[in-house]
Design a protein around this ligand. Structure first.
Ligand SMILES: [Zn+2]
Length: 120
């Protein structure tokens, strides 16, 4: 039987989640303001435009990734608030482990299941 996280460990994860949430929200703010610039930028030739739109699509890609991460963070925070956050893998019911949760506090799966999903 997998051991659930104790309150102290959950508090630690909670703090990590809040920190990354703030960081991502700030990043996303920065990205959306730089996106407004594309249309107002003074682009002299096609090369300028190509470079600008490359950055632009790069930003969108990063933005999507960050938005996805934010969703996972909010999900984890919701679970903590409801007392449902246990640190147990949602797939195989084994411990995700504090080591992994410190790196990825919003992880829903243990490393084995994560690898399994990624390979599919
Ligand atoms: Zn698992």
């Amino acid at each position: 039987m997998a051991k659930e996280l104790n309150q102290k460990q959950i508090d630690e994860i909670y703090q990590l989640l809040i920190n990354s949430k703030e960081k991502i929200e700030n990043n996303l703010k920065g990205i959306s303001s730089s996106q407004d610039d594309l249309s107002s930028m003074d682009l002299n030739d096609d090369a300028d435009f190509a470079a600008a739109s490359r950055d632009y699509y790069n930003d969108i890609h990063i933005k999507n990734q960050q938005a996805e991460e934010l969703e996972l963070i909010n999900y984890a925070l919701m679970k903590i608030n409801k007392g449902l956050f246990t640190g147990i893998c949602e797939m195989c019911d084994s411990e995700i482990g504090m080591k992994r949760l410190r790196v990825k506090p919003y992880a829903k799966y243990c490393i084995d299941c994560r690898n399994h999903i990624d390979k599919r």
